[in-house]
Write a protein that binds this ligand. Structure first.
Ligand code: ZN
Ligand code: ZN
Length: 424
C-alpha cells in the first residue's frame, strides 16, 4: 500500500464568501450543523439527538467515506479515542459528515460509528461544512473547543494529531499540543541508538551470519538507516531491491575508504512471521525481531505515515533525515551520508546538469511531448510514472495528463505518429 496519493480532494468550488465568514465567526458554530427544519443529528441507532446537547463538549467534525481505505483505517482509531473520552469533562462528541456515494454505503459505514451524523440526504449542510472548514482531503477531523466554537480557531489536523500522539492528544487544547510538541522535541534531542533500538529484554538485532544476534551497541558510530517496510506492500518490495543494490554500493565505497560505516535495520510491519522471515531473507542487513514492541514506538517517534520509509540516523544516533527513500531515489548511492550539506551539494549538481537537459522531449512511455519543470516552475514532489518511485525537484511533465517522470527515467522517442496534438 502506498499512501502518497491518499488525500482525495473534496474541496468545493463554492467557497463561502468573506461576508459569510464574518457572519459565521459571530455565531455559535453549532448552528451550522442545523438547518431551518432540522435541529437534530442522527445517533448511532438512528434516533434524533438535539444539536443543543453538544453544548459544552469538545466536538470533532469527521469528514470520511466508506470507499476510501485511509478513512477506514482511521475510523477504528477514532472509535477508541471516542469511547475513552466521551464521558470525561469536558465531554467529546464526533459528528460524521459523510462523503459516501449512496445511502447504503453511508448506513454500512455508520454501523461501525458510535457517534452522531449529519443525515445523509442533507447535501447542503455537508457542502457548507466542507467549505467552512476548507476541507481539502479525507479523512479529515476538525476539532472545536467548547469555549470558542469558531472556525478560525478550529484545529484542522485532528487526524494527524491522533496518529501522532494517540490518546495523549486529548483534549486538543493549544496548551496540550504545545506540551506534546515540547516533549517530542526533548525526546528527539535525547535520542540515541540504544534508546531507540533496544528494550528492557533485548539489546540485540537479528542478522544473517552464524551468530544471528548482533548487539545494537555494535552500530554505534555508524550511519544507520531504519527501513520501515513490509512484504505485503508492493512499493515496499520494489523499493527493497533498489535499496539492496544501493546499500551494497555504499558499503563497497566505504570499505575502500575505510573509517566510516553504514548499516540498515529492517523495521517490519509484516502481518505474520512467515512473511517477515521470507522478506528479511532477501535483505543483506539487520532487523528488529518480528512484532517487537519497539517497532510501534519507532513508527510513532518518527511519525512514519506510509511505507516504505527510510529514516537516516547519524553516527551520534540523532536523526539526519526522514526522507531517505526520496534521497535514494534521486541520488542513488551518492546520497550517502544523507546529510543536509550532502543534499545541498547534490541539488546544486542536479540544477547544473538540468541546464544541459532539453526543455522538452518525447518519452517512449507517453504520447505527448513532456516539458522540463523544477520545483520552482510548476514541479513539486511527484511519483514517477516510469519507475513508480518518489521524485522531487526536476521532472519531465505532461501537464494535461498529470504525467511526470524522473529526468533519468526518460527514454527519448520520436514524436509518435499517433500523437493527436502538438504542444506549444
Ligand atoms: Zn523514475
Ligand atoms: Zn499527456
Amino acid at each position: 500500500m502506498t499512501q502518497e496519493a491518499v488525500r482525495v480532494r473534496v474541496r468545493d468550488s463554492n467557497n463561502a464568501t468573506e461576508e459569510g465568514d464574518q457572519e459565521f465567526k459571530n455565531t455559535n458554530f453549532l448552528s451550522i450543523l442545523a438547518t431551518e427544519d432540522r435541529d437534530f443529528l442522527l445517533s448511532a441507532t438512528g434516533s434524533q439527538v438535539k444539536i443543543s446537547e453538544l453544548e459544552g463538549k469538545i466536538v470533532g467534525i469527521y469528514f470520511s467515506a466508506n470507499w476510501y481505505p485511509p478513512c477506514k483505517n482511521f475510523t477504528p482509531l477514532l472509535v477508541n479515542a471516542f469511547e475513552e473520552f466521551k464521558s470525561q469533562t469536558p465531554g467529546f462528541e464526533v459528528v460524521f459528515v459523510s462523503c459516501d456515494e449512496d445511502l447504503d454505503a453511508f448506513n454500512n459505514y455508520r454501523a461501525c460509528m458510535p457517534w452522531l451524523a449529519i443525515p445523509f440526504s442533507d447535501l447542503n449542510t455537508k457542502k457548507n461544512l466542507n467549505s467552512r472548514f476548507d476541507v481539502e482531503g479525507i479523512p479529515s477531523l476538525i476539532i472545536l473547543q467548547p469555549d470558542n466554537y469558531k472556525v478560525d480557531e478550529a484545529i484542522h489536523d485532528g487526524v494527524e494529531l491522533l496518529y501522532r500522539y494517540g490518546k495523549q492528544a486529548f483534549p486538543f487544547t493549544k496548551e496540550r499540543l504545545q506540551e506534546l510538541q515540547e516533549r517530542e522535541r526533548e525526546k528527539h534531542e535525547n535520542q540515541t541508538l540504544m534508546n531507540l533500538l533496544t528494550s528492557q529484554n533485548r539489546d540485540f538485532l537479528l542478522g544473517h551470519s552464524t551468530s544471528k544476534l548482533v548487539p545494537v551497541a555494535s552500530l554505534k558510530g555508524k550511519t544507520v538507516g531504519l527501513y520501515f517496510s513490509a512484504q505485503w506492500c508492493f512499493p515496499g518490495v520494489k523499493f527493497t531491491s533498489r535499496l539492496i543494490s544501493i546499500y551494497q554500493k555504499i558499503k563497497e565505497v566505504l570499505l575502500e575508504n575505510g573509517g566510516e560505516d553504514f548499516e540498515i535495520v529492517f523495521v517490519s510491519t509484516d502481518h505474520d512471521e512467515l512473511s517477515f522471515n521470507l522478506f528479511f531473507g532477501t535483505m543483506p542487513w539487520l532487523a528488529l525481531p518480528f512484532n517487537d514492541p519497539t517497532i510501534k514506538n519507532l513508527t510513532k517517534h518518527f511519525d512514519v505515515q506510509w511505507i516504505p520509509s527510510l529514516v537516516i540516523l547519524g553516527p551520534d544516533g540523532k536523526t539526519v533525515t526522514k526522507k531517505g527513500r526520496n534521497l535514494v531515489n534521486l541520488y542513488q548511492e551518492n546520497a550517502y551520508p544523507f546529510t543536509e550539506a550532502r543534499t545541498a551539494l547534490l541539488e546544486k549538481q542536479m540544477d547544473e546538469e538540468a541546464k544541459s537537459l532539453p526543455k522538452s522531449k518525447y518519452h517512449v512511455g507517453h504520447r505527448h511531448e513532456l516539458t522540463l519543470v523544477s520545483e520552482g516552475s510548476g514541479g513539486g514532489p511527484y511519483i514517477c510514472c516510469d519507475c513508480d518511485e518518489q521524485g522531487l525537484g526536476w521532472a519531465y511533465q505532461c501537464m494535461e495528463c498529470g504525467y511526470e517522470v524522473h529526468p533519468k527515467c526518460t527514454k527519448s522517442a520520436e514524436r509518435p505518429p499517433g500523437s493527436d496534438r502538438q504542444r506549444s
